[in-house]
Design a protein around this ligand. Structure first.
Ligand code: BGC
Length: 763
């Protein structure tokens, strides 16, 4: 099969180039770029040497909304990209965002990446990557636009749900297997949005001012890991600016750090419409331009794509000698490398789409990521039978549609209400709306057939829910955020931490009406819970995709014992967090002329430095509502005393490297399931520097392991740490430093629940 495909390409190419179908006749060698037995670099150089300048220019910018041209004369295919990151976006029209109405592109929706991070399970990350990569491969995509790894700096960022939480270690561990899983299908990831894209408000015109220490310790690690450990084949530049340059052609972030220090050999893809300048794009490392003038039809007479910064204007600079062919070749090399890694790879599997395995993966990741926040009186797990009242719009509203570019068209989406009805067959399950949020469920032409229209007043909705709650054995309120504007959605941030649509009033009323209230919050960010003391059970659910309702029912019923842990801190109030001034968010506006256009730019100071998330709360001594790493189980775990063996030596290592080959220290801790049901615990290792020449956080996550134990069973969990676990980034020397001194290994089950501490020295 593979060989047939290659032979067809070879024939096409050879007949066009006139080399003759020679190798079989023994007259002339076959073109090296077509020979799958040759290594990729040989194929790249050979293909490059055969391309004209115009052919080279054609492959570095879009030809449609999501594709770029190949080289038909040489049989080199087009590159097809698609969003990402939770499933494969439906096909769109050539020049538009709207779905094209195909009938065979309804995908499996996997849980949002916040949920994946909340599993604290790298094996599930690998399963996720492999599965979504198979869907992308089946749909003939060469680049999947994801995953997103921007750090959760503020709960109001509209795209937190697409990212992996607030901690650089957790997001680094989570992203690597995802990358490898996707790419095992011969589909490239496109890790986004590089970098410092930590909000949606003014995303196109915020210029971030951040210390090198925070940049390297907090904001870059997940990108570095995706590239250096995961081997990512593509990265997407972000819309915002850093040091006065747009990030899609930022000399510091792209040339110096990504391609220099991290040794990235893949393709830097622009975010859609993130390119602003031909000279900078040419010189500052942009390899592929997409989405300029976001509607590809404007700004051009016949084909707007010819007017892209990296098309005709670039050609003119090359012809006049103002830009070098060498720079162009460098970009083309990267694009060819991606093509040989993907569509022209001889080892590419065929993928699969909406398979039973994919639904099983989505369901498992969902149920493993759900976090049990509160469970007074062991209200959960629920027993079947009696009357269950489900209240809330999020119990029935499809969540795979909306939210921006991650919006999907799915083959099915099991709502929470359906999941509960399916699982609790012995019970009478009733539903009450409770409140009206956003009754629409459509995005870019994808509309789900759920009628959410409602005529009752807000008071009546509450009264009806309360009346139905009175005789219920359980009341489950399912609310939270949704994918509408100013919620968990691209292009705008949230306006407050509180729940929208006056849901607090509904929860308060239900709590007064029935003591058996379970609140299920569906969101990708933290929310305020002013009613927390009045509600016995609270579950943090996420956007769980196709199998959402089943994953939730798995946990509510106890079929799955919850083991998810928060990947970010839940503050009591927004003001408790590190962002406290307008300089920090949304920044101070000023006028600046960039690439010939005068624009309003917001200068934003990340003056909180490395104190993001739990690092901030712990330094300030502010108690959050729920801490990072927190999550309950239906069983209990006991941790014994931690011990250390081995040693770590002090030293320095480069900004763009890992301290490979250095000495390791092993931290061990016994853990026992002391409860009556089987379950998994995430044992977490934090490191504290007791003495340091610089300011250090109280502790930082440097290891974790999810361990499944039967009731009564014990195990010893061990962590191998190298000097990166104690290192900080020395801005002056531009190096990582593992200082000599005394450190503490803190082992616990959340950032705020440390069960054992043991000292060790770095000599
Ligand atoms: C988003 C990207 C997305 C791209 C293509 C942009 O607006 O920021 O994340 O991949 O559109 O849909």
């Amino acid at each position: 099969m593979k060989h047939n495909y290659l032979a067809i390409i070879a024939c096409m190419a050879v007949s066009l180039t006139g080399c003759g179908h020679a190798s079989q006749k023994g007259t002339a060698p076959e073109a090296a770029y077509l020979d799958p037995s040759k290594d990729i670099e040989t194929r790249v150089e050979d293909a490059l040497s055969r391309m004209t300048r115009d052919e080279k220019l054609a492959v570095i910018h879009a030809q449609s909304k999501f594709s770029s041209a190949g080289v038909p004369r040489l049989g080199i295919p087009e590159v097809w990209t698609d969003d990402g990151p939770h499933g494969v976006r439906p096909e769109v029209f050539w020049d538009q965002w709207n779905q094209a109405g195909w009938t065979n592109d309804s995908c499996t929706a996997f849980p949002a990446l916040t949920c994946l991070a909340a599993t604290w399970d790298t094996e599930l990350s690998a399963l996720y990557g492999k599965s979504v990569g198979e869907e992308a491969r089946y749909r003939k995509k060469d680049i999947l636009l994801g995953p997103g790894v921007n750090i959760y700096r503020t709960p109001v960022c509209g795209r937190n749900f697409e990212y992996m939480g607030e901690d650089p270690f957790l997001s680094s561990q989570t992203v690597v297997p995802y990358v490898q899983g996707v790419q095992s299908n011969g589909v490239a990831v496109c890790v986004k949005h590089y970098a410092l894209n930590n909000q949606e408000l003014n995303r196109n015109n915020t210029d971030v001012n951040v210390s090198d220490r925070a940049l390297y310790e907090i904001y870059l690690p997940a990108f570095k890991a995706a590239v250096m450990k995961g081997g990512a084949w593509a990265v997407m530049g972000s819309y915002n600016l850093y040091k006065g340059f747009f990030n899609c052609h930022n000399p510091y972030l792209v040339n110096e750090i990504l391609k220099g220090e991290f040794g990235f050999d893949g393709v830097l893809v622009s975010d859609w419409g993130g390119t602003h300048d031909t000279v900078q794009a040419a010189e500052n490392g942009l390899d592929m331009e997409f989405g300029t003038w976001t509607n590809g039809l404007t700004n051009g007479v016949s084909n707007a794509y010819d007017n892209y910064y990296m098309a005709r204007p670039y050609r003119e600079l090359l012809i006049s000698g103002k830009q070098t062919e060498e720079n162009l070749d460098n970009k083309v090399r990267r694009v060819l490398r991606l093509i040989f890694r993907t569509s022209m790879s001889p080892d590419r599997p065929f993928g699969k789409f909406t398979s039973p395995e994919h639904y099983a993966a989505a369901r498992k990741i969902g149920s493993e990521g759900i976090v049990l926040l509160k469970n007074d009186g062991a209200l959960l797990p629920m027993k079947d039978g009696g009357k269950i009242l489900v209240v809330g719009e999020n119990a029935v509203k499809p969540m795979t549609v909306g939210g921006g570019s991650s919006s999907l068209k799915v083959q099915h989406e099991i709502s929470p209400l359906q999941g509960i009805q399916e699982r609790f067959k012995g019970a009478k399950v009733e539903y009450q709306r409770g409140y009206v949020g956003d009754p629409t469920s459509n995005y870019n032409g994808v509309k789900l057939a759920v009628d959410l229209s409602e005529d009752r007043s807000a008071e009546q909705l509450i009264a009806d829910a309360v009346a139905a709650a009175a005789d219920a054995d359980y009341v489950i309120f399912i609310g939270g955020l949704n994918k509408s504007n100013h919620q968990d959605a691209e292009g705008a941030d949230r306006l407050a931490l509180g729940l929208p649509y006056d849901q607090d009033a509904v929860i308060e009323a239900l709590a007064a009406a029935n003591p058996h209230l379970i609140v299920v919050n569906i969101s990708g960010s933290s929310v305020a819970m002013p009613w927390i003391d009045k509600v016995p059970a609270v579950v943090q659910d996420w956007y769980l995709g196709s199998e959402a309702g089943r994953s939730l029912a798995d946990v509510l019923s106890g079929d799955v014992n919850p083991s998810g842990k928060l990947p970010f801190t839940f503050p009591v109030a927004l003001e408790d967090g590190p962002i406290r001034t307008v300089e920090q968010y949304p920044g101070i506006p000023y006028q600046q002329t960039l690439s010939g256009i005068t624009r309003t730019i917001y200068k934003e100071d990340y003056s909180e430095g490395i104190y993001v998330g739990y690092r901030w709360f712990e330094k300030q001594g502010i108690k959050p509502l729920f801490p990072f790493g927190y999550g309950l189980s239906y069983t209990t775990f006991e941790l014994g005393d931690a011990s250390v063996r081995g040693s770590l030596s002090s030293g320095r290592y480069g900004a763009g490297s890992y301290p490979e080959g250095r000495k390791h220290l092993t931290v061990k801790v016994p853990v026992k399931n002391t409860g009556s049901v089987d379950g998994a615990e995430v044992v977490q290792l934090y490191i504290c520097a007791k003495e340091s020449s610089v300011d250090r956080p109280v502790k930082e996550l440097k290891g974790y392991k999810k361990v499944f134990l039967r009731s009564g069973e014990s195990a010893v969990v061990s962590f191998e740490i190298d000097p990166s676990a104690v290192a900080y980034f020395d801005e002056g020397a531009h190096e990582w430093v593992a200082e000599p001194g005394t450190y503490q290994a803190m082992v616990g089950v959340s950032s705020a629940d440390i069960r054992s501490i043991v000292d060790f020295n770095v000599r």
